[in-house]
Design a binder for this molecule. Structure first.
Ligand SMILES: Nc1ncnc2c1ncn2[C@@H]1O[C@H](COP(=O)(O)OP(=O)(O)O)[C@@H](O)[C@H]1O
Ligand SMILES: N[C@@H](CCOP(=O)(O)O)C(=O)O
Length: 292
């Protein structure tokens, strides 16, 4: 048996819609695999009751198929599904790493990005890699449709606050505007470049400033009860930037050094004031998937 762990991720980071992603040190999914004639799937942990065990409907089934690696697969969910924290991607990345080891395929983490993205296609209809890339490679990642993923390590505290509201990725994609103005384009490019420089320098001030996004985030914020107040509360408690994590409903904040606990508490309290239960992960930029 081979077991692998792959971390939760936060995609977009505001200005990098469908492009940027970051690995969180926790939470994570753990996937164990054993050789079998046909793929079967078992799921335990956070939100297991909402996750299909049919290999045609679970992301890990598509990964096993792509690697021609049938197995009995046990997924222990640490990342709640439909959280905006790359739940399905964490399973896909962990399965890709574990099956690669089990069948001795010899692929690198970079090679496994398109393989795990095939798993994501089961959920979203398209093989997008902005969650699986950071889950496999760790750190901050940039994906482009035609040439894979670039990654850079960063040392940065983060808070991911997960409210008890449901936002499906499909719904959150429907509200994304089809077009943007040249002024918004210029602002977004400036923000994205600032964020990238901030990640390369592990500078929370630059990263927070670069998370601003005039196009996608305002449309999606409407789907998250209490978002505006949670954002204000996090900024007042010492966050340098706040945005919707992935397609939501989680909210991601970058705290100033020494402010992570206060930012987490302020976000949970602001959600509570809006009548929404929430939990906050006090986390940081983390490593990619590993065999345990
Ligand atoms: N192994 C898996 N882990 C989590 N969700 C899965 C898995 N396989 C299929 N799904 C389905 O994917 C959807 C959640 O995926 P997604 O929207 O990507 O979550 P998140 O917002 O956390 O990234 C749910 O409908 C869930 O049933
Ligand atoms: N770029 C995608 C990312 C979705 O992330 P998830 O964690 O919510 O699945 C999007 O913004 O739609």
């Amino acid at each position: 048996m081979v077991t692998a762990r792959a971390p939760a991720t936060s995609a977009n980071l505001g200005s990098g819609f469908d492009t940027f992603g970051v690995a969180l040190s926790h939470p994570a999914d753990t996937v164990s695999v054993e050789r079998a004639a046909e793929t079967t799937i078992e799921v335990s942990g956070a939100g297991a009751q909402y996750i299909p065990t049919d290999p045609d409907k679970n992301v890990v089934g598509a990964v096993a198929e792509a690697l021609d690696a049938p197995a009995h697969i046990h997924i222990d969910k640490g990342v709640r599904p439909s959280s905006g924290l790359g739940s399905s991607a964490a399973s896909a990345a962990a399965a890709a790493v574990a099956l690669n080891e089990l069948y001795d395929r010899g692929y690198s983490a970079h090679d496994l990005v398109p393989v795990a993205a095939e798993g994501e296609a089961v959920v979203s209809g398209e093989a997008h890699a902005d969650n699986v890339a950071p889950s496999l490679l760790g750190g901050f990642t940039v994906v482009r449709s035609d040439d894979g993923a670039t990654s850079v390590d960063a040392d940065l505290p983060l808070v991911a606050c997960l409210p008890e509201v449901v936002v499906s990725t499909r719904d959150a994609r429907r509200v994304v505007p089809d077009t943007l103005s040249m002024a918004d384009h210029v602002e977004t490019v400036g923000n994205a470049a600032t964020l990238t420089a901030g990640m390369c320098r592990s500078d929370p001030e630059l990263v927070g400033r670069g998370m601003d996004d005039p196009v996608v985030t305002p449309a999606r914020a409407e789907l998250i009860t209490g978002y505006a107040d949670v954002r204000e509360a996090a900024l007042a408690a010492g966050a340098t930037g706040v945005t919707v994590s992935g397609a939501g409903p989680s909210v991601l904040a970058v705290p100033e050094p020494g402010c992570r606990r206060a930012v987490a508490a302020a976000m949970v309290e602001a959600f509570a004031d809006a009548g929404v239960g929430a939990r906050a992960y006090q986390t940081e930029v983390g490593r990619g998937a590993t065999v345990l």
